[in-house]
Write a protein that binds this ligand. Structure first.
Ligand SMILES: [Zn+2]
Length: 210
């Protein structure tokens, strides 16, 4: 199936889900963001987490806070391992979204699609079923927690700069997800019934309220 056909099928299925939710008296609200805004916000939101972990690392491992020593790593063979880990992180990141969301989909993995938007060389994971806000958050933030937070904490515990770089990179990689998570924050206090559906073509999702 070509990418165009995949998009057409997705759009068609998305319309069907929207119509079903509309029949059940749900009203949609867009929680999407433009690619440019997403990239800028991603950096702004990811930065405090990165500063926090760098700060913690430097405080707990004062023996390696010599900047020269810190940059030695870029001359060593570890550099290649870090680059490979960074490349591998990208598909693993998308897989973790799917792993989180498939648990809450009636059709399990059948409702999860993986692919690459070749125009922007951006890999994606798309969930075609509407899930609750909490369930959406679990799938959305799985890569940030597992690859970003957990790896950074392990790096701090074992004092590994290599792992810290991989953890920080993954926090940055999850910046777009953090942006969507922030946009969705306002719905947490909303007492209405909520269903969240991934947007078929834009960055973000649609919130259905009843
Ligand atoms: Zn993501």
């Amino acid at each position: 199936m070509t990418q165009k056909e995949v998009m057409q099928n997705r759009q068609k299925h998305y319309q069907e889900v929207c119509e079903n939710l509309a029949k059940n008296k749900y009203t949609p609200e867009n929680a999407t963001v433009s690619i440019l805004k997403a990239n800028i916000l991603a950096l702004v939101i990811a930065l405090p987490f990165m500063i926090l972990f760098i700060g913690l690392f430097l405080i707990l491992h004062s023996e390696i806070n010599d900047i020269k020593e810190l940059f030695e790593i870029f001359k060593s063979s570890k550099c290649l391992v870090i680059i490979i880990a960074m490349i591998v992180s990208i598909p693993v990141h998308e897989f973790l979204h799917g792993l989180g969301w498939h648990l809450f989909c009636q059709k399990s993995w059948s409702s999860i699609q993986f692919g690459v938007m070749w125009e922007s060389i951006t890999p994606y994971c798309y969930c075609s079923e509407a899930v609750s806000l909490g369930q959406y958050y679990i799938g959305l933030l799985s890569p940030f927690v597992v690859l970003g937070i957990v790896i950074s904490i392990i790096a701090i515990c074992i004092g590994s700069i290599s792992w810290l770089i991989i953890g920080l990179y993954n926090i940055l990689l999850a910046g777009g997800d953090l942006t969507i998570a922030c946009i969705l924050l306002k719905y947490i206090k909303n007492k209405a019934n909520k269903k969240i559906l991934d947007h078929p073509s834009e960055c973000g999702c649609v919130v259905f309220l009843k």
